[in-house]
Design a protein around this ligand. Structure first.
Ligand code: TPP
Ligand code: MG
Length: 917
């Protein structure tokens, strides 16, 4: 390497000072010459070669990273279009009110809240609000903004100044159950459906959702479902600590691959997270720059504020940059907390040339040398470049101070994130620093402050939002109704199937039939993470195409086949590849398009059920919060139905996970007609009645007979339980069977009809049906088989009644569906399914005499279905034994009969138990 380190530093800092750097100019001429004579390809090759050479030098900041300087040089900074003085005053009021909201809430209650996140991000938001974020208009859906969850007080403070919220709202921050309601802690559309659009506070989810949202916008447009003239931008604000979440960075290559120049991330690099520094021993900004550049993003670093421009311009030694590169983030944090004398000694003092640079500044001025993320002009410049940048997504890495302005109370301190209280002295200092017109006599009460409606500040603020299309955040939902198919559209599925099929195959047929329905075919969004073939849906590839922004640039190897791999610019399938988190993010983008774009779409996300809520459960939960609609299809369900795959694949608990989500309706259908009834009703409830709910359906891959739909069962299917097949009236054990009990114990007796009820779900209803036969033939027990389609729905209904009864003890009690349904039934009740018992146990308290459950608790094993079902005791024989045992437990038959049945049915009673601890 012939170029000296010093020269590189010198040249970079000189160029940022705008002094007419000779080396820079020469390089520029060489570059232009190369372009002209060699063309762009060859020039790129040469530059790559040089870059490789640079990377091999010991300088850590070269290579994928650039020097620790602002990406946009002073001379490239555009003039500032607003009145920054007024904007500063407005911003100061927001800072005050946001802080006051949290301090107030914590002076009377201990409900928490965060001051320091917004304090560090105020400028980042205000530049957006005053100059970039466009609200929704008739012809424009509005920019899509993911606000950092912990910065919520700042958004409320702005809405207060805008007149959208009043003091009472702010007073009730985090006290949503207070009289008149309150403000939710974080962005929760479920709780504030007119305000918040996107939940973000579970860190990492905002970033990944924003990525897939930006791509989904393109998809919608490519399919002709939107008619905007200007494309909305997707902005995501995140914390630097948040970047450690795998969800944050794990999918960023999608942004570059899809050329998502509609996407802008702003990472607030305040160098701290909750406990301490994000990278005390390194530099988070540099680390992130390297990652994003490597992933093909446009990276804009906003490190230093304008105060530093002069220092860089005067530093001919290059030592200022060198010193900055020597420091780690832990050092930078220290310079915030310590007085200016410390910074002079330890930062500038390392080199005499640097000390000389700041002799004109007093100690107290040194801490005021602003970081880039607090500098209006620098942030504006970055945003302007970002919105104009083409071909790539942009990430802005803005350096700030956590708890900016809190002073002693927490600026830059490790406790900053948790700071929720301020004493009077700290409040006064805050007031002075930001010039808040609040007098001494009331300051201890931290009153909110809103300037009058005719003040310069209020007028400016409102005018800016008006010019940009309206207030944000705002969730605007215009009711829309889709022409969904009526139940009779599905008559095909109500008939007996000609062959044995699985519910997955039945679902495939339902989906294909919906794709032919004129009313909704366009609105359907099939989402698949690389499992279409597993589910027999590869036929859709050709029929509706796979969405690809690039079309298909190659001839697929299977182009001669019927279901060839067909990618198209207007393809309908979102084939996401192996990313359940990405697929869920697409599900959410599609399931909320009725709100985000005013265009309802119907996601059908089908995936390997084990990799659903177990793997990306937080996104499932978020789908509830964000009021997403659509169908989740957990295919290859069942601990024993998915044979061969073993412990990591066999799912017997997703239904339980799904049951925990308040807006989710989980179903475990056994037959094609049940599936069709559920889908038809779901379409009606979500897209005609506009209920903000979504469906989780277990699908299985075992082929079996699909019977015709018995008359009048629709209501039971939807409510969760109906009698599928009654047991024989008067069963007589065939010869060789065991006669009815005649030992005088219990209520049973020769000639007395013993009754049992078996609730079956999914393919395991077949165990119940076979058990029904054995029980009648061998043991004289008449067992009715019921199809239990949703234990959660039965339970929720029962709980609702129970609560009402508890609160109205003197009124005639209400009866739940399950209680009414079973009230007159005699005998014993047994449930069997391919899920852990907790799923069916959910309804036990409301079953007369209790419920005996059989299920698949424990780890799966790779083996055949028959062996697995015997192992978990959910096969027909085990169901017979379970039913007899339940009868014996009630003294309705002798226990000897159960023991005899165990022998006769060839079940090994000492077989290993699947339960572990
Ligand atoms: C998934 C998840 N884990 C943990 C938390 C708890 N938490 C809330 S804020 C925070 C620190 C945030 O630091 P950073 O992302 O740097 O944001 P800052 O407040 O510094 O802007 C933590 C750990 C959370 N909200 N979500
Ligand atoms: Mg941080």
């Amino acid at each position: 390497m012939s170029i000296e380190k010093k020269e590189i530093y010198g040249s970079r800092s000189a160029s940022s000072s705008g002094n007419g750097d000779k080396l820079g100019e020469s390089l520029q001429s060489v570059f232009e010459l190369a372009l002209e004579s060699q063309g762009p390809e060859r020039t790129a090759q040469l530059l790559e070669k040089l870059a490789t050479q640079l990377r091999s030098t010991p300088r850590p900041s070269l290579g994928q990273t650039t020097p620790y300087l602002n990406t946009i040089s002073v001379e490239d900074q555009p003039p500032y279009p607003g009145d920054w003085r007024v904007e500063r005053r407005i911003k100061s009021l927001m800072r005050w009110n946001a802080m006051a909201m949290v301090v107030k809430a914590n002076s009377t209650t201990n409900v928490g809240g965060h001051i320091s996140t917004y304090a560090s991000a105020a400028t980042l938001y205000e530049i957006g609000f005053n100059h970039f974020f466009r609200g929704a208009t008739e012809s424009f859906p509005g920019d899509i903004i993911y606000f950092q969850g912990h910065a919520a007080p700042g958004m409320y403070a702005r809405a207060f100044l805008e007149g959208r919220l009043d003091e009472k709202h702010l007073q009730n921050f985090r006290q949503e159950l207070a009289e008149g309601g309150g403000l939710s802690s974080y962005p929760h559309p479920y709780l504030m459906p007119d305000f918040w659009q996107f939940p973000t506070v579970s860190m990492g989810l905002g970033p990944i959702m924003s990525l897939y949202q930006a791509r989904f916008n393109r998809y919608l447009h490519a399919r002709g479902l939107t008619n905007w003239k200007e494309e909305p931008k997707v902005w995501a604000f995140l914390g630097d600590g948040e970047s450690d979440e795998v969800d944050t960075l794990g999918a960023i290559t999608l942004g570059a691959r899809e050329n998502l120049d509609n996407l802008i991330w702003v990472i607030n690099c305040n160098l701290q997270r909750l406990d301490g520094p994000v990278r005390g021993n390194g530099k988070i900004i540099q680390e992130l720059e390297g990652l994003f550049r490597g992933a093909g993003w446009n990276v804009i670093k906003v490190i230093w504020g304008s105060d530093w421009d002069d220092l860089f311009a005067r530093d001919k030694s290059g030592l200022l940059l060198q010193r900055m590169e020597e420091c780690v983030d832990g050092d930078f944090q220290k310079y915030v907390v310590e007085p200016g004398s410390y910074t002079r000694k330890h930062f500038f003092g390392k080199y005499p040339e640097l000390l000389a640079l700041v002799t004109h500044l007093k100690d107290e001025q040194l801490p005021k040398l602003m970081r880039g993320g607090h500098d209006t002009r620098k942030v504006y410049a970055a945003y302007k470049v970002a919105v104009e940048h083409q071909g790539q997504p942009t990430v802005i890495l803005a350096k700030t101070v956590k708890g900016y302005g809190l002073g002693e109370a927490g600026e830059g301190k490790n406790i900053s994130h948790q700071q929720k209280k301020m004493n009077e002295k700290e409040l006064r200092e805050f007031r002075e620093r930001f010039e808040i017109p609040i007098s001494d006599d009331v300051i201890a009460e931290t009153p909110f402050y809103r300037p009058p409606a005719d003040s310069v500040e209020t007028k400016y603020l409102l005018e800016r939002r008006k010019a940009l299309g309206g207030f944000l955040p705002a969730r605007i939902v215009k009711p829309t109704t889709l022409d969904v198919p009526k139940p009779d559209y599905f008559v095909e599925f109500f008939k007996e199937s000609r062959t044995e099929i699985s519910t997955t195959t039945a679902f495939g047929s339902v989906l294909r039939s919906l794709l032919r329905h004129k009313g909704i075919n366009k609105n359907i969004v099939p989402i698949i993470p690389d499992e279409a073939r597993t589910f027999g849906l590869d036929v859709l590839f050709r029929e509706i195409g796979i969405y690809s922004s690039k079309g298909q640039l190659y001839e697929p190897v299977d182009s001669q086949t019927l279901s060839f791999y067909h990618e198209a610019k207007d393809g309908q399938i979102l084939e996401e590849g192996i990313t359940e988190a990405g697929s869920m993010a697409s599900f959410i983008a599609s399931g909320t398009s009725y709100a985000t774009h005013g265009v309802p779409t119907i996601p059908f996300y089908i995936y390997y059920s084990m990799f659903g809520p177990q793997r990306v459960g937080d996104l499932f939960w978020l789908a509830g919060d964000i009021r997403a609609k659509g169908f989740l299809l957990g295919a290859t369900s069942g601990r024993t139905t998915l044979n061969g795959e073993g412990l990591q694949h066999q799912d017997g608990h997703s239904l339980l996970h799904a049951s925990t989500i308040p807006t989710c309706l989980p179903y475990d259908p056994a037959f094609g007609y049940e599936l069709a009834v559920i889908v038809a009703d779901g379409l009606r409830r979500m897209y005609v009645e506009n209920e903000d709910i979504f469906y989780y359906l277990s699908l299985y891959n075992e082929n079996h007979a699909m019977p015709p739909m018995p008359p009048g069962v629709e209501d039971g299917i939807l409510k969760g339980l109906y009698r599928f097949k009654a047991g024989p009236e008067n069963p007589h054990p065939a010869s060789g069977g065991h006669p009815l009990p005649s030992d005088g114990r219990g209520a049973g007796g020769e000639g007395k009809n013993l009754k049992a009820h078996i609730f079956g779900s999914g393919p395991i209803i077949q165990s119940a049906l076979k058990a029904q036969e054995i029980l009648a033939e061998k043991y004289g027990v008449s067992a009715d088989v019921w199809s239990a389609t949703s234990y959660k729905l039965l339970r929720t209904d029962a709980i609702r009644c129970q609560r009402w009864n508890m609160m109205h003890p003197t009124e005639p009690p209400k009866k739940s569906y399950i209680e009414t349904l079973l009230a007159k039934e005699q005998g014993t009740f047994v449930a069997v399914s391919d899920n852990i018992r907790t799923v069916s146990d959910q309804i036990a308290p409301w079953v007369p005499g209790g419920l005996f459950t059989l299920g698949t608790d424990g780890f799966g094993r790779s083996d055949t279905r028959a062996r697995l079902r015997r192992y978990f005791a959910v096969d027909a024989e085990s169901t017979v034994i379970g039913t007899l045992y339940a009868l014996a437990e009630k003294n309705l038959i002798s226990r000897d009969i159960v023991a005899q049945a165990i022998k006769d049915l060839g079940v090994d009673p000492e077989k290993m138990q699947p339960q572990i601890v």
